[in-house]
Design a protein around this ligand. Structure first.
Ligand code: NAP
Length: 339
C-alpha cells in the first residue's frame, strides 16, 4: 500500500508529528495531487490551540486548507484536468483533503489550473459574493461576482472599506473590490504596507492605529455602504460598525461581537464561511474556480506574497507559532511538504 508523509495533529489540542500515512485513491470527480506548497492559515493554529478545535472531529488529524501542486492521478468523470497539470485548490477536512501532507485529494470542480496559491481568495470572494443561504444565515454581501455577466465594474464609484488590507484576506478583498468597480477603496494597515496595498488597488491606506471614523470622513463624504472587516477583532468590529452607513452591510470573517440590540442604526451583518466545500456555497465556488485560472493569468488577481517556512512539514509547527504571535505582516507562510 503506497504511503506518504503527513503532519498529524495527534489528538485534540495535542502536538504535531510527521508520520507516514496511506496515500488515498482519487474517487469520482477527484484528483490526487502531489502537494508542492501548502499555505498556512490562522485557522490551523486556532484548531490546534483554541475552541476552534471543535471543527475537527477525528484524530489524528491532518490540517491545512490551501495548496498548489501537480496532478498525479485523475478520478473517474473528471474533465479539464490531466496528469502533470499544475493546480491550485482549497483543502478540507477529512484528512484525505487536507493539505499539510505530500499528497492530497482535490475536488476537481473547485480546483483551478495555476502554479501559485491564490490563498485567501475563497474567504474574500465568499464575503463579497455569498449571501443568505437556506438556513437564513447571511454569509456575505450578496454582490454580483466579477466573473458573472455585469459583475465587472458594477459598483463603480461607490466607496469600499477593507479593515486589515495587508492580511491575506485583505489583499484579495482589495483586488476583488477593484474588479467590482468600487472607488475609493480605503483600507487600514501598518504604514509600511501602504505602497504595496496601493499597488493592489487600494486608493487610500489609513494607519491601523489612527481613529477610523474621522480618518474615513477625511477621505470621502460619501456614506460607506460596504465595510469588509477581515480582522474582525472586537475592536475592529466596533470601529467598522460605527463607519458603515445606515442600511449598509458589514462583512465579518469571525463571529459577530456586535450587540445589535444597542445599535442606533440598521446594518446588515454578514459572517463569512470561506469554503467552496460547503454545499450551500458550492455553486459560487464552482463559478470562482472556473474563472480563477484566467483571473490569475491576466494578473487581475495577484496571489499573496509568500514566505517559505524552512524544513518542510517538520517546520510547520514553528510557522504556526509565528502566525499565532502576529509576526507575519502582508505575507503568506507556505510549507513545502517534499523539502
Ligand atoms: N470566516 C472564514 O471563513 C475565514 C477564512 C479565512 C480566515 N479567516 C480569519 O480571517 C482573519 C484574517 O486571516 P488572514 O489569513 O488574512 O490573516 P493574516 O494574513 O495572518 O493577517 C495578518 C495581517 O493582519 C493585519 N492586522 C492584524 N490586526 C490588524 C488591525 N487591528 N488592523 C489592521 N490590520 C491588522 C496585519 O497588518 P499589518 O502587518 O499591516 O499591521 C497583518 O498583515 C483571521 O482571523 C482568520 O482566522 C476567516
Amino acid at each position: 500500500m503506497p504511503t506518504h508523509k503527513a503532519l498529524l495533529l495527534v489528538e485534540k489540542l495535542g502536538n504535531f508529528v510527521v508520520r507516514d500515512i496511506e496515500t488515498p485513491k482519487p474517487g469520482p470527480g477527484e484528483l490526487l495531487v502531489e502537494v508542492k506548497a501548502a499555505g498556512v492559515n490562522p485557522r490551523d493554529w486556532k484548531i490546534q490551540s483554541t475552541s476552534m478545535s471543535d471543527f475537527v472531529t477525528h484524530y489524528p488529524a491532518v490540517l491545512g486548507m490551501d495548496a498548489a501542486g501537480v496532478v498525479k492521478e485523475v478520478g473517474v468523470g473528471v474533465t479539464g484536468f490531466d496528469v502533470a497539470d499544475r493546480v491550485v485548490y482549497q483543502g478540507f477536512y477529512p484528512n484525505r483533503q487536507a493539505t499539510f501532507q505530500q499528497y492530497s485529494i482535490a475536488i476537481a470542480e473547485v480546483a483551478a489550473k495555476g502554479a501559485t496559491i491564490p490563498l485567501a481568495i475563497n474567504a474574500a470572494a465568499f464575503g463579497l459574493y455569498s449571501g443568505k443561504i437556506s438556513t437564513g444565515e447571511l454569509r456575505g454581501a450578496g454582490l454580483v461576482p466579477v466573473w458573472e455577466e455585469g459583475g465587472r465594474g458594477k459598483y463603480a464609484d461607490q466607496p469600499f472599506l477593507v479593515i486589515g488590507g495587508s492580511s491575506s484576506l485583505g489583499q484579495q478583498a482589495i483586488q476583488l473590490a477593484k474588479l467590482s468597480g468600487f472607488n475609493p477603496i480605503i483600507t487600514t494597515a501598518s504604514p509600511h504596507n501602504a505602497e504595496f496595498l496601493k499597488s493592489l488597488g487600494a486608493t487610500h491606506v489609513i494607519d491601523r492605529s489612527a481613529p477610523l471614523s474621522t480618518s474615513v470622513k477625511a477621505i470621502t463624504p460619501e456614506p460607506i455602504k460596504y465595510v469588509h472587516d477581515v480582522v474582525s477583532s472586537k475592536e475592529t468590529q466596533e470601529a467598522a460598525y460605527e463607519v458603515v452607513a445606515p442600511g449598509g452591510t458589514l462583512i465579518l470573517v469571525l463571529a459577530s461581537a456586535i450587540d445589535e440590540s444597542k445599535a442606533d442604526k440598521s446594518v446588515t451583518v454578514a459572517s463569512t464561511f470561506g469554503t467552496a466545500h460547503d454545499p450551500a456555497q458550492r455553486a459560487l465556488g464552482v463559478g470562482l474556480y472556473k474563472n480563477l485560472t484566467q483571473l490569475l493569468e491576466s494578473g487581475d488577481i495577484k496571489p499573496n506574497k509568500v514566505e517559505v517556512i524552512p524544513n518542510g512539514l517538520a517546520g510547520l509547527p514553528d510557522g504556526l507559532e509565528k502566525l499565532k504571535a502576529h509576526k507575519v505582516s502582508a505575507s503568506k507562510l507556505i510549507a513545502q511538504p517534499w523539502a
